[in-house]
Write a protein that binds this ligand. Structure first.
Ligand code: ZN
Length: 604
């Protein structure tokens, strides 16, 4: 992947429909003017603070502070590096990108990734063809058929058979792949003993994993004989990390996008079986424990996930991880345990979508599930037994970071045990870490109101410069970078002034090359209408930029006065005089500026 031409990056940014792209992740409603609002896909919220400004081609979330143009949105939501986000947008809008030559290091890494994806695609084809045609694969075909995975299913999911020893290695070598590429793709390994090369997957049924962009990024492989482990997966490669992908998500995402809950199952065959009976929201991890990163991945598409595990696995594995997820990730986790000794694939095979639907109907919030599960193992028939139960439940509840839901579950648990809620509450209070503050549902304080005066002025001046450049460029010309007190505001001012004077790039354009802090500030200040309180823009701008200068002069004066006090006029008379004259000059300028402000205020 060579470097994309800057010109194309600009053209595509202007052409691509930001609202259309954002809408496929979170519904947007038209707000005022050129803005649209919706619930933020990056943090959990109940009132929309995610704003898209079509006039400026920028978005900003006033809740979590993220913002940018269409590329940053795609980067963020699809976890893609910049160039890949541009390519993603280009694919989406059928735009043909042009490339130019790039630096060798970059080219090498991009080249390697591309080669690995090509090798994976070729390997998937090879495995698949082998499954369909090879006599050697007969037991695998029989096994898959026994799970209702016939020819068509195998084709839809590109299931395969890895014959092994070194069949894939030879095949890919003949196709022109290099040993180094295939080792890095984790498709072949080099024997420690004799340096010979062998396939990673041998005598196994193959389940390819796709990225959200429909590239084959990894393989899961099930043993047919007594081989250990039963499931073997591609390890980390330049194109694959177990924490960043989920099996089936590329197919599930459109259903999730329509508002359905994700259904998390344990195995590849469960995912396939559920999709095949029409439950298109099923996903699984790629042979790794469910972790926060998986929930974050799902959160991009849905607000709820149902764990369809057997009760032990759900209780043991997912429970601690599920705690606090609702707050941390904004994803609500429910548990719908499958009966012992049955997996979702069995249920789907025996009873179709109805059987799965029945289990999903039993889904309970994770906390409730944990409480019930804890209590199910305890007798509640004596005061002593109930006391034990209260202690056990408190143990479960104490780690809940959401004090509001915790409070509700105290009542639920008390009712289940048959004691007063106070009893559970007291036990909980004794265990709670000291100094813990209730955090549930607290609204973000309006940080803006508490900003110091000069910061407010700097921000407002920047805002005008960014959004009403043509009208304020002239008054802003007197202002300097050094009039701003933070590096972020300085950075943004310099870029905004260039743009206002016609030499730089618009807000949406400059977004690609700002530091993350400046980007956040850019979108925060640019997105949406600005409220001038009925004041004419020219007057407001003039006042702001004068105030900005005044604040800056005052800082300068303070600095000089400090130096002057340290100076001994007898020892350094010339320096002292010069500094004194300077001070007088600064004072005079400050007075003039203040007069200007007063004059304006009297005119109103
Ligand atoms: Zn947000």
């Amino acid at each position: 992947m060579a470097r994309i031409k800057d010109e194309d990056i600009d053209l595509l940014r202007d052409k691509a429909d930001l609202v259309e792209v954002v809408s496929s992740y979170t519904p947007l409603k038209k707000a005022s003017g050129s803005t649209f609002k919706g619930l933020c896909p990056f943090h959990s919220e109940k009132t929309p603070s995610f704003t898209v400004d079509t006039g400026k081609n920028l978005w900003h979330c006033f809740g979590c502070g993220k913002g940018g143009n269409i590329y940053q949105f795609v980067q963020e939501i699809e976890t893609l590096p910049f160039a890949e986000a541009v390519e993603w947008v280009a694919r989406r809008f059928g735009y043909e990108l042009r490339y130019e030559d790039q630096r060798p290091g970059e080219a090498h890494m991009q080249g390697l990734k591309r080669r690995i994806l090509e090798a994976n695609r070729e390997a998937a084809e090879f495995f698949h063809k082998t499954l369909l045609d090879s006599p050697d694969a007969e037991p695998a075909r029989r096994y898959l058929k026994s799970r209702s995975f016939g020819h068509e299913v195998a084709e839809r999911w590109k299931l395969g058979w890895a014959p092994g020893r070194d069949a894939l290695w030879k095949h890919l070598l003949a196709k022109g792949f290099k040993q180094d590429e295939l080792v890095k793709a984790d498709l072949v390994r080099v024997s420690d003993k004799d340096g010979s090369i062998y396939d990673v997957f041998r005598q196994r049924i193959i389940f390819p994993t796709w990225s959200l962009q429909d590239d084959v990024v990894a393989f899961g492989a099930r043993a047919m004989g007594d081989q250990q482990p039963k499931y073997l997966n591609t390890s980390e490669t330049p194109v694959f990390s177990k924490s960043r992908f989920m099996y089936g998500l590329n197919r599930a995402k459109s259903s999730l996008g329509r508002g359905n809950d994700a259904v998390i199952v344990e195995g590849y065959t469960d995912v396939i079986a559920l999709h095949e009976v029409g439950i298109a929201e099923a996903v699984a991890t790629n042979g790794t424990a469910l972790g926060q990163s998986h929930f974050e991945l799902l959160k991009r598409f849905t607000n709820r996930a149902v764990l369809m595990f057997d009760a032990d696995a759900a209780g043991a594995g997912a429970a601690e991880k599920g705690w606090g997820l609702h707050q941390k990730v904004g994803l609500e986790v429910l548990v719908a345990p499958v009966p012992i000794d049955r997996d979702p694939a069995d249920l789907a095979q025996e009873g179709g979508a109805d059987a799965i639907g029945k289990v999903l109907e039993t889904a309970k919030p994770l906390r409730e599930f944990m409480i019930r599960r804890t209590l199910a193992r305890l007798p509640l028939d004596t005061p002593e037994a109930r006391a034990d139960a209260v202690r056990a439940v408190a143990q479960v509840l104490v780690s809940d970071p959401d004090s509001i839901s915790q409070h509700e579950y105290v009542f639920f648990a008390a009712r289940e045990i048959g004691v007063e809620p106070d009893v559970v509450q007291r036990e909980l209070a004794e265990r709670a870490p000291r100094g813990r503050v209730a955090t549930g549902g607290s609204a973000e304080p309006d940080a803006q109101r508490r900003l110091p005066g000069h910061v407010k002025v700097e921000r407002e001046a920047l805002q005008l410069l960014l959004t009403r450049a043509a009208e304020v460029a002239i008054v802003a010309a007197d202002v300097q970078e050094s009039d701003f007190t933070s590096p972020v505001r300085r950075e943004l001012f310099t870029r905004a002034l260039e743009a206002a004077q016609g030499a730089g790039r618009s807000g949406a354009q400059m977004a690609d090359s700002l530091t993350p802090e400046a980007l956040t500030l850019l979108t925060e200040l640019s997105v949406g209408e600005i409220d001038l309180d009925g004041e004419p823009l020219a007057q407001r701008a003039h006042e702001l930029f004068v105030r900005l200068r005044v604040f800056s002069l005052e800082r300068e004066l303070k600095g000089r006065r400090g130096v002057l006090q340290e100076l001994n006029p007898l020892k350094e008379p010339e320096r002292h005089d010069a500094l004194f004259t300077e001070l007088v000059g600064l004072e005079a300028r400050r007075r003039d500026l203040l007069k200007m402000l007063q004059g304006e205020n009297q005119d109103v």
